[in-house]
Write a new protein. Structure first.
Length: 88
């Protein structure tokens, strides 16, 4: 199983905490929003998390002030097609 970091773009407001904790995986755009550094990420989307960064990713999820991050487990090569959860 591969852990994947999901960014809920409807919640994110570009504070950049996740980019500070996950600098090798995420960069920032001109407004502070995270950009995926992985090949094929296209700047936006989910981020596959290596074991090396699993702790930092969990910390980013816990510390995100807008609750815009989540981690899911999925089999390698399987794309998560679920819609992001929205608050009621």
């Amino acid at each position: 199983m591969t852990e994947t970091l999901h960014i809920d773009w409807t919640r994110c407001d570009g504070r950049g905490l996740c980019t500070e904790l996950l600098t090798p995986l995420l960069g920032r755009d001109d407004w502070g929003y995270p950009l995926v550094r992985q090949a094929g990420g296209g700047g936006r989307g989910n981020v596959d998390i290596d074991d090396e960064y699993a702790g930092a990713a969990r910390e980013a999820v816990q510390l995100c002030p807008k609750l815009a991050l989540s981690i899911s487990n999925q089999a390698p090569g399987v794309r998560d097609r679920r819609r992001p959860r929205t608050s009621r």
